[in-house]
Structure formats: structure tokens, C-alpha cells
Design a protein around this ligand. Structure first.
Ligand SMILES: [Zn+2]
Length: 180
């Protein structure tokens, strides 16, 4: 075996480890969120679609954001993203307020000084995530900066409403931090 083969095999291992870490996170998130059998059936269908999406090579971060959105919805915390959650205004710019439960328009910004500014790209994806579920997700190409903004947005929402301390998420963060 030459060094190129060794690097290639480690690459495959790393990729498997990363996918396993994502799968483990989704499983732990589902386990903590299950409340009744009816929601359970729906969430397990979503979880199956999540695992299939990972196996099909879809972007694990995007798939995970969408799954987190489905978990928020099933828990009763689907954010309002197509209008101001406070006054119903439909004109942006909006900021995302986890505590208010979604978008705030310019007039309503003072309701949450911590609300997150987001560009149009992340807003579009948040609206898409609200409309679709895992079984319908195709391959999507998303810019790194948009993914970074979505990560912040989904963290705000899941931390505010679910508040779980999941070991599997801490592990994903460590992998990210040390570029494993
Ligand atoms: Zn408003």
C-alpha cells in the first residue's frame, strides 16, 4: 500500500465517521423529542428519509437543518418565517427572533434586541424548510456563508425551544473545530 492509498482510506473513514456522527445526532434529537405515538410515526419517517439523504450524498448540514426544523415543528415551535411574527407585516427586512418565535419586521425589532440579522439567502432556505419535509428534499447547493448563517439561526431556535444538551451535537462541534 502506498501513501496515497493510506490517505484515501483515511479519507473514507473520516467521511464515514462524519456521517455516523450526524446520524447519531439525528437519532438522539428524535429520541428526546418524541412525545406521543402519532408524532412518533411522522418523525421516524422523517428520520428514515434523513438517513437515506445522508447515504445519497446530500449535504449533511443542509439535511440536518431541515431535520431540526421538522423537530421544532413537531414540538410546536415551528418559527414564523414568511411574515413578522409580531404584527404580520410582510415587507422585510426581517430579523430572526428565537424568543419571539420567528421573523420580526423593522418596526418590531425593539421587541428583541438579540434578534439575528440574516441575508436573503438564509431566509429563502428557512422558508423552504418550513414548506417541505425530508422525503421531498433534492440535492441543493448552498454557499458556505449561507450555511454558516443557517447554522447560527438553527442553533438559536433549537437552543431557545428545545434546550437539549446532546452529546452527539457536542461531538459534531468538536469534529468541526478540529477539522477531523
Ligand atoms: Zn412587525
Amino acid at each position: 500500500m502506498n501513501s496515497g492509498e493510506i490517505i484515501a482510506s483515511h479519507h473514507a473513514l473520516r467521511e464515514n465517521l462524519e456521517l455516523a456522527a450526524y446520524a447519531s445526532y439525528a437519532a438522539e434529537l428524535t429520541d428526546r423529542s418524541l412525545q406521543d405515538d402519532e408524532a412518533g410515526g411522522y418523525l421516524f419517517r422523517q428520520l428514515r428519509a434523513y438517513l437515506e439523504a445522508l447515504e445519497e450524498g446530500k449535504d449533511p448540514q443542509i439535511v440536518t437543518f431541515l431535520y431540526e426544523m421538522k423537530i421544532l415543528e413537531a414540538s410546536g415551535y415551528g418559527p414564523v418565517v414568511d411574515a413578522c411574527v409580531s404584527c404580520g407585516a410582510e415587507d422585510g427586512p426581517f430579523r430572526l427572533s428565537a424568543s419571539a418565535g420567528g421573523a420580526l419586521c423593522r418596526r418590531c425589532f425593539p421587541r428583541d434586541p438579540e434578534a439575528l440579522e440574516l441575508a436573503e439567502g438564509p431566509w429563502k432556505l428557512l422558508r423552504l424548510f418550513r414548506r417541505m419535509d425530508l422525503t421531498r428534499l433534492g440535492h441543493v447547493q448552498v454557499k458556505e456563508e449561507t450555511k454558516a448563517a443557517l447554522k447560527t439561526a438553527m442553533r438559536r431556535l433549537t437552543d431557545a425551544h428545545l434546550g437539549y444538551h446532546l452529546k452527539s451535537r457536542a461531538f459534531l462541534d468538536q469534529m468541526d473545530k478540529y477539522s477531523l
